[in-house]
Design a protein around this ligand. Sequence first.
Ligand code: ADP
Ligand code: MG
Length: 606
Amino acid sequence: MTGALERTGLDRRLWRGLIAVAALLLVTYPLFFDDLFYQNMIILSLILAIGAVGLNIIMGYAGYISLGQSAFIGLGAYTVGIASTRIGGDPFVWIPLAGVIAALFAALLGVIAMRTRGFAFVIITIAALFILQIVAINWDSLTQGTSGITVPLPTWDISIQNWPFYYTLIALLGASLLLSWWIRRTKIGTGLLAIREDEDKAATVGIDTPVYKIIGFMASAVFLGMAGGVYGYYIAFIDPIAMFDIVISVQIILAVILGGRGTLWGPVLGAATIEPLNELANQEFGGGNSRLLIFGGLLVLTILLLPKGIIPSVRDFLERRAKRGRAALVGGRLGERRALDGKPATATGGTGQNLLEVRGLHKHFEGVRALDGCSFAVEAGTITGLIGPNGSGKTTAFNLIGGTMGADAGEVWFDGERIDRLPPWRRAYAGLGRTFQITRVFTDMTVLENVVAPLRSFSWRQLRAGAVSGEEAARADDLLAFAGMAEYRDERAEALSFGQRKLVELAQVLMLDPKLILLDEPAGGINPTLIARIADMIRELNARGKTFLIVEHNMPLVLGLCDPVLVLASGECICAGAPDEIQRDPQVLDAYLGADFKLEEPVGAP
Ligand code: ADP
Ligand code: MG
């Protein structure tokens, strides 16, 4: 999909031709020119490009910035250096091992670092880089400390120059690109993208976020580790300062940002721009700290002037020219809604069994008691309402049930299983689906991609599956038709109106085929037509066996749709009962409805 995105506007064939010509030039260059200065520059550019294509997987796709990528170069170089000098053999033989070691280290670091987000993650990756450097300096018996390891010089004929390094690196770059392309078109890729856009939301739709992130991080390391092995052999001297160099990490990040985060070719383009600048800095300004200044400055400039990077900026420009003036929003219009296929639906009402039970939930936010011993139950087969004044803890209750937040105390039981210790995706697999008060669709994905993003289980094989399989697409189309959103399937979710997003989010949750659906203010901020539509959909789904727990302020809707209704006040469930009982309960009138409450006419009553 990235590939396709990259080329919308740009003529596909022109783009492919450009890449083919560049690849051909790259491959044939050393055969025709023997200038070692440029050969060296291309070799270093290739290493940088391999690093950037790899980093793009975790940074571009998943949104996690690692400043520790040069650690993988160092690990790879030391692996090859140590193995070839201690055990023997051609250093090239050890290159695959370098990749394995780098990937294993990424997995280890991932397990620790992936508990953090944003800035904390960046810091941990820097720390890992420095820790490795310190280990390399001090573990004399293995690494020979600061005196470094001298790798035996190549034994091939001098006339071949650096070709073996050169072509190995081209092969590694090809493999990196292939991996990046493959990841992007599988479930791993959509999972990583979902994590970048909204990690908490991704977890609630069944994406096992730590596994995805660790895979992404390993993928970012494996070929860079191998390239590090080649690098160590190439410069023939491996020392802790040059091998664990943070400036190279910065250059790798810069290459990704400059070329275009999240694109396949952007990182290559970025690397091909940065490395010659690096040579210039070394030649004209004596290298060293001046490089930090140059690349730090360049980083700031890029972020200010070309925040999206070269390829996305060019793409946007071409797209804008092509569409000229076409409105960004697709308009709030709704398509025809279609009933769900399958068995005819008849409302069954409650089954007498509790699907969800919340027992004594407590959640405090620095003095605010959002939930304070909250207990209630939702009977299977019902549409249960959850009402209460603003700030009474309704959304917090949803967060604790769905697992977006952990409770301070209390238990959540779902379908006979205690779930309050489970991560959100495991709760989704168990059959729990939720929407958010402020809709949270993945705006950078298309409507269809949004709807197929949820996962109902986890398996390694599933990760390798294509991002949108035929069967899934068919199911998603059904659900979109059910929501009346079929005609928007290929629009980017960003272009949808608020109400349309609500419908997409509902279709998305239905993809999980959940037993219980938590809706947080489904009628908030949308027009009466859409409210009626959503009420119809809820009723139809309920008739097909879905249980609902609905937070809503629209009293006509709640009283027309929900039975029973739970009332929350100050973090406690103060009352539960049929709608007409609730309306007359003095406690409820006092806490929420107001003494003079009188219902005009319920909405959507059957
Ligand atoms: P409701 O959805 O019923 O309007 P919430 O559950 O959103 O209420 O909020 C309950 C209380 O908890 C409010 O006082 C709110 O300010 C507080 N609260 C909710 N989430 C957070 C948070 N992440 N951090 C701090 N306070 C919060
Ligand atoms: Mg709320």
